[in-house]
Write a protein that binds this ligand. Structure first.
Ligand code: SF4
Length: 336
């Protein structure tokens, strides 16, 4: 189906994914809603444990069950709720509709098969190619993700490649079936800075050339600033702020987002000579099994007021697409 740029292709609505253990119920994702539009790069940012990866795993239905369970909400892909589709349909969508790459490619690559073998497999399963045609397509794919000497590399095993090359292979596999959406979960965190830049560059090229929508999960606001069109900020299982990237940096509303901005070197301010003062956000994310009654950020917030510990704020906005969950900005009771 051809969809014009800017049109919603994925809509996560009030998603709740909980983990059950002896310690209690961890509300890892607790009523998360956001959309992904055709051809856009959406950044999902937050500290570890904020629910950004579990949200992505829920979309791909990769949440380990038990202990995890999606207990509420909808995930609409082309208006179809993925949470009610049979497994056979989900398998079809995984790969050809929505593909995902992870921080550590070795967890997804099989060490006993050549990379050519593994990429070919995707073409054989999803496009019904024969053995020869699939290997040729795999080699072309390696070339597309800028792996040098693809004809040689296609016969190599994952351990023979560097970390950056392995991540390129993962991207090649993910894109082999022309997915409409690529979910990238911290794809560059394990790589050194130069390779990181190359991989981000490659993702940008692919977005430009193939108009793939990308959901980029990261804890790095520098990456967000360089790569994304729009940002969702998550904290303790909830969305606390969302806006167009430029707007978020120019007009940061949530104290947590402000804290993140102060704690991470951003855009060109990566050296000591820039004298950017980096401050950590004091305190810890609350236990997901024992969340506070009011605002989940209240124990760390420098601007907390009485109401903040008593009543949980809603995500609200003024209709411009810049939404925030904070009593400081809760004047307009319009659920953005
Ligand atoms: Fe801070 Fe209160 Fe806003 Fe929470 S609601 S972020 S505690 S000001």
């Amino acid at each position: 189906m051809t969809i014009p740029a800017g049109q919603k292709i994925l809509s996560i609505q009030e998603l709740k994914t909980y983990f059950y253990s002896h310690q209690g119920v961890a509300r890892a994702v607790d009523g998360v809603s956001f959309d992904l539009n055709k051809g856009e790069v959406l950044g999902v940012v937050g500290e570890s444990g904020c629910g950004k990866s579990v949200t992505a795993q829920s979309v791909m239905q990769l949440v380990p069950d038990p202990p995890g369970k999606i207990v509420g909400g909808k995930i609409l892909f082309h208006e179809k709720n993925l949470l009610t589709l049979p497994q056979k349909e989900i398998r079809k969508i995984r790969g050809s509709g929505i593909a995902m790459i992870f921080q550590e490619p070795m967890t997804s690559l099989n060490p006993v098969f050549t990379i050519g073998n593994q990429i070919s497999e995707m073409f054989r399963i999803h496009k019904g190619y024969g053995k020869k045609q699939a290997l040729l397509a795999a080699t072309e794919m390696l070339d597309r993700v800028q792996i040098p000497s693809p004809h040689k590399r296609v016969h190599e095993y994952p351990h023979q490649l560097s970390g950056g090359m392995r991540q390129r292979v993962m991207i090649a596999m993910a894109l082999s079936c022309d997915p409409e959406i690529l979910i990238a979960d911290e794809p560059t965190t394990a790589l050194d800075v130069t390779v990181q830049a190359q991989i981000l560059d490659l993702m940008q090229t692919l977005k430009r050339e193939y108009n793939t929508a990308i959901q980029l999960i990261t804890h790095d606001l520098g990456v967000i600033a360089e790569m994304t069109d729009r940002v969702v900020v998550m904290y303790a299982g909830q969305v606390v702020e969302e806006a167009k990237t430029r707007e978020l940096f120019k007009n940061t509303l949530h104290p947590y987002t402000r804290g993140l901005l102060k704690s991470i070197p951003v855009l060109g301010k990566r050296t000591a000579s820039d004298r950017q003062e980096l401050t950590e956000i004091k305190g810890m994310i609350p236990s997901l099994t024992n969340l506070p009654k009011g605002c989940r950020f209240s124990n760390r917030c420098p601007q907390a007021m009485d109401i903040c510990t008593q009543q949980a704020p809603e995500l609200t906005g003024d209709g411009s697409g810049h939404n925030v969950r904070c009593w400081l900005h809760n004047r307009i009771q319009d659920h953005g």
